[in-house]
Design a protein around this ligand. Structure first.
Ligand code: PLP
Length: 398
């Protein structure tokens, strides 16, 4: 197998036989003519398939080392695709702290009887085994999880699931195939919101589902077309364009994150930093074993007795207050009221999402500028007692 950087850059390059275009052209057509009566060509209708989408699907399947991929119109439609393999009565085990949109989809489909649903803290081995003993059909893993960066042992969990004849699906959005390859760890299906790192430029909403087994890949492609949730040629073109620089971007994201985590971790106004790269993170060893890097998302709790959280978020200039993650630009969000607002309060409490929790998606700007911005926003948002303490200190030092 070629290396990630080579696969990402070269996928589909120089495949145009008509004009020898280096970059595969975009096919902006909804339909294709038949060669003759009863003689369809490779593509007939862009929803069921089109060359631009196939190019991206091939690249995703290669990067995740799967047998096939389906590109979808959003990360959520990618999440919904493997769920089509479930029938009423089948059990889905999902993490209690997954992305809020996935939580909303699982909960509402289960409420309508599409499947049975068990939410489990998957780091709790006893609770997980009890759920697996109910013979589920599908185990959903999100590792690292959104927003608390919990990590589970994908190899171990997919092995346990396999023993029960249960499929394992991993949402690999947070790391991308550059930093984690779940199919090689024993998972059956990988899901991505390509909106995030894979496209990486915050200008497309899209998704992808990659399967290890060609029969499952075929079934999911069938469902993608049947439901009409496949990705458009234009979005596929842009996403493949973004994907070409994924390995270089991830390298820079990681370098910047390492510096930001080091700063946050020793700052006395930060109560807790959630980042699997820290030795103090409870799942650090698992992350080290199964990931190639710790990723560029970091969450932390700001001490609300010392800082005005809203003011801190508003004072930042280099971290845009916005949902989403994985773009070249740094973003910051307040999960309780933003990304995870779809979770009701008791579910947020169970998942450990507090009002002080802040999630950062570290971009690829110059790290020094990001650090300066954090320092400035912290200084400008400290509460009066802090200000007066600071004044006292500066008077003392005069
Ligand atoms: N999965 C994860 C882990 C996510 O963070 C998100 C979005 O934030 C999604 C799925 C859904 O993706 P999209 O917003 O592209 O529909």
């Amino acid at each position: 197998m070629t290396h990630f950087a080579t696969t990402a850059v070269r996928s589909g390059i120089e495949t145009d036989t008509q004009f020898g275009a280096i970059t595969p052209p975009i096919y902006l057509t909804s339909n294709y003519s038949f060669e003759g009566f009863g003689k369809p060509r490779q593509y007939d209708y862009a929803r069921s398939g089109n060359p631009t989408r196939s190019g991206l699907e091939g690249a995703l399947a290669d990067l995740e080392q799967g047998a096939g991929a389906t590109v979808t119109s959003s990360g959520m439609s990618a999440v919904s695709l493997p769920l089509q393999l479930l029938s009423p009565g089948d059990i889905l085990i999902a993490p209690h702290d997954c992305y809020g949109g996935s939580y909303r989809l699982f909960t509402n489909l289960a409420a309508r009887g599409q499947f049975e649903l068990i939410y489990v803290d998957q780091t709790d081995e006893v609770a997980l085994q009890a759920a697996l003993d109910k013979n589920p059909k599908m185990l959903w893993i999100e590792s690292p999880s959104n927003p608390l960066l919990r990590v589970v042992d994908i190899e171990k969990l997919s092995g346990l699931a396999k023993d029960k004849g249960c499929l394992t699906v991993v949402d690999n959005t947070f790391l991308s195939p550059v930093q984690q390859q779940p199919l090689n760890l024993g998972a059956d299906i990988v899901v991505h919101s390509t909106t995030k790192y894979i496209n990486g430029h915050s200008d497309v909403v899209g998704g992808g589902v990659i399967s290890k087994d060609p029969l499952i890949a075929e079934k999911l492609a069938w469902w993608g077309n049947c439901l009409g949730i496949t990705g458009s040629p234009f979005d596929s073109f842009l996403t493949l364009r973004g994907l070409r620089t994924l390995p270089v971007r991830i390298r820079q994201h990681q370098e910047n994150t390492d510096q930001i985590v080091a700063f946050l971790d020793k700052h006395e106004g930060i109560k807790q930093v959630y980042y699997p790269g820290l030795k103090t993170h409870p799942n650090h060893e698992i992350a080290k074993k199964q990931q190639q890097g710790f990723g560029a998302i970091v969450s932390f709790e700001l001490d609300e007795t010392r800082y005005d959280i809203a003011r801190f978020l508003e004072q930042l200039e280099m971290f845009s207050l916005a949902e989403s993650l994985g773009g070249v630009e740094s973003l910051i969000c307040h999960p309780a009221t933003m990304t995870h607002a779809a979770m009701d309060e008791p579910a947020q409490v169970r998942a450990g999402i507090t009002g002080q929790l802040i999630r950062v998606s570290v971009g690829i700007e110059q790290a020094e500028d990001l650090l300066e911005d954090l320092k400035k926003a912290l200084a400008l948002s400290s509460l009066p007692s802090e200000v007066s303490n600071a004044e006292e200190l500066s008077h003392e030092s005069c």
